[in-house]
Ligand binder design. Structure first.
Ligand code: KG4
Ligand code: ZN
Length: 410
C-alpha cells in the first residue's frame, strides 16, 4: 500500500522584501514590506510607505480625469520610488553600467509612459539592484490609464531586476490590510489576525460599495453592490453641491460634525434612505444625491447653517443605509467577523455607528476597521494582498503577461 503524504503548506522563509505599487486612482503610492516568519504568523515590517497625492490638482476640476491622473502618476513615480527605497535603506549607488539590452527593454515597456521612460532609465543606471524579492502591483479595479502606469512601471522594474511580479486586486488590498494589525502603535510591525469565518467585508470607496462574503480564506462572493453611485462618489458629488472641495467625504463629515449632537435636523431637510428595506444587499446612492440637489434648489439662500444641516442629514442617511444592510447580511450569513475597508471607512460617524449597532446585536462579533491612514488608497495594502497571493502560487507572474483591468472584480 502506498502512503499518501499530505503536504502541509508551511513555508518558513527567513525574510522577503516586497515592493508594492498602487496607481489605480489619484494617489501614486509605493511601499516596501519586509516579511519574516511562518506563513500562518508572518511578521510584516513596513520599511517604507509613501504617497504622492494628486488631490490638489484634481480639486481644481472637482473630480479625477483619468488621462490627467495617468500623466501625474508617470511624473511622480520614479522620484517616489527613489524616496521609498532610500527610506527603506535599499538605495545604493550602482557600480556597473546598465546593459543596453535592459535599457531597450525598459524603453519598450514604457513606450506609452513617455513622462517616465527617461527618469526610469536614469534611476536604473544610478541605483544598484535592491534586495527586493517580488513586486506587487494593482492591476484593477480602477481608472485604466492610471492603472497602466503602475503596471508598466512594475514590469520595467521586474524585467530590469529579473524578479517576479504579482498582480493585486485593489479591493482585496482594502480587505486583507485590515486583517493585519500593528503590534504596538507606531512600531510599523504588523501581524496577521487569527480569523473567524465567515467574514463579511463592507467595502466603501470612491468607486465601490460592496458587501463581500468570505466563507474561507480568500474565497470571495459578492452578495450586494451599489446599482449606481458608490458611497464615496455620493459624498464627493454632494460636497460639490455644497461648494466643498474634492474629495468631499472628509469635508462633509467635518461640516456634519459641527451640527452633530448640537441640535436636531429640521424636518424640511429630511432625506431618503434608499433601498434600506429592500430584500437584498444592494445599494443605491444616486437618488439620495438628486434629493440633495432638489432640496438645494428649493432653498433660496444657502447659509452655512443650512449646508451643515444638509451635510449632517446626508451623512446620517448614508451611514444608516450601510449599517442596516450590513447588519442584515451579518445575520443572514451567520458571520463571525466584520471587516470595513475603503476610503469611506475613515468616516468617524460610520465607524462609531456601525461598531455600536453590531456590538448591540452580536456582542461576540469581531469588527475590524483600517487605521485612518490605511483606509484611503495606499501601497501597503497592495503589498499585504500581494504577499498572500505570492504564497499561494509560490511564484509570481512573468512580467510580460500582466495587464491592467479597470473593471476587475473580487
Ligand atoms: O478607497 P479610496 O481612497 O479610493 C478609491 O478606491 O476610491 O476612497 C476614496 C473615497 C472618496 O470618495 C472620499 O470622498 C471618501 O473615500 N472618503 C470619505 C472620507 N474620507 C474619504 N467619505 C466619507 N467620510 C470620510 N471621512
Ligand atoms: Zn480604494
Amino acid at each position: 500500500m502506498t502512503m499518501v503524504k499530505k503536504e502541509i503548506f508551511c513555508y518558513n522563509h527567513s525574510a522577503m522584501k516586497i515592493l508594492a505599487i498602487e496607481t489605480s486612482c489619484d494617489e501614486t503610492a509605493i511601499a516596501v514590506l519586509e516579511i519574516k516568519g511562518k506563513t500562518t504568523t508572518p511578521k510584516i515590517t513596513r520599511l517604507a510607505h509613501s504617497i504622492a497625492s494628486q488631490i490638489e490638482l484634481h480639486a481644481q476640476y472637482g473630480g479625477v480625469f483619468p488621462m490627467m491622473a495617468k500623466r501625474e502618476h508617470a511624473k511622480a513615480f520614479v522620484p517616489l520610488l527613489l524616496a521609498s527605497l532610500r527610506k527603506a535603506k535599499l538605495a545604493k549607488k550602482s557600480k556597473k553600467a546598465l546593459p543596453e539590452k535592459i535599457i531597450a527593454k525598459v524603453r519598450s515597456t514604457l513606450e506609452r509612459e513617455p513622462e517616465m521612460s527617461d527618469t526610469m532609465v536614469a534611476f536604473l543606471s544610478e541605483i544598484a539592484q535592491p534586495s527586493i524579492d517580488v513586486i506587487a502591483v494593482t492591476t484593477g479595479p480602477g481608472l485604466e490609464p492610471a492603472l497602466w502606469v503602475g503596471v508598466n512601471a512594475a514590469k520595467a522594474l521586474a524585467l530590469a531586476w529579473g524578479i517576479p511580479i504579482i498582480g493585486v486586486n485593489h479591493m482585496e488590498g482594502h480587505v486583507l490590510s485590515v486583517l493585519v494589525q500593528e503590534k504596538r502603535k507606531g512600531q510599523k510591525t504588523f501581524t496577521a489576525e487569527k480569523l473567524h469565518f465567515p467574514v463579511l467585508s463592507l467595502l466603501v470607496s470612491g468607486g465601490h460599495t460592496e458587501l463581500v462574503l468570505m466563507k474561507d480564506w480568500r474565497h470571495y462572493k459578492k452578495i450586494g453592490a451599489t446599482r449606481d453611485d458608490a458611497a464615496g462618489e455620493a459624498f464627493d458629488k454632494v460636497a460639490r453641491m455644497l461648494e466643498l472641495p474634492y474629495p468631499g467625504g472628509p469635508k462633509i463629515s467635518a461640516l456634519a460634525h459641527t451640527q452633530r449632537g448640537k441640535n436636531v435636523i429640521p424636518k424640511e431637510y429630511a432625506l431618503p434612505r434608499p433601498m434600506i428595506t429592500s430584500n437584498d444587499f444592494d445599494f443605491s446612492f444616486s437618488g439620495l444625491k438628486t434629493a440633495v440637489l432638489y432640496l438645494l434648489k428649493k432653498i433660496s439662500v444657502h447659509t452655512d447653517e443650512i449646508k451643515a444641516h444638509i451635510a449632517h442629514e446626508f451623512e446620517n442617511a448614508v451611514v444608516e443605509v450601510l449599517t442596516h444592510k450590513t447588519l442584515r447580511a451579518l445575520k443572514k450569513y451567520k458571520c463571525a467577523t466584520l471587516v470595513v475597508g475603503g476610503g469611506v471607512a475613515s468616516n468617524t460617524h460610520l465607524r462609531t455607528t456601525l461598531t455600536r449597532e453590531v456590538k448591540k446585536t452580536f456582542p461576540k462579533m469581531k469588527v475590524y476597521f483600517p487605521e485612518k491612514e490605511l483606509a484611503t488608497d495606499n501601497a501597503f495594502m497592495i503589498g499585504i494582498a500581494g504577499y498572500f497571493e505570492y504564497l499561494k502560487t509560490k511564484k509570481g507572474k512573468r512580467p510580460e503577461s500582466l495587464r491592467a483591468q479597470g473593471n476587475l472584480s473580487l
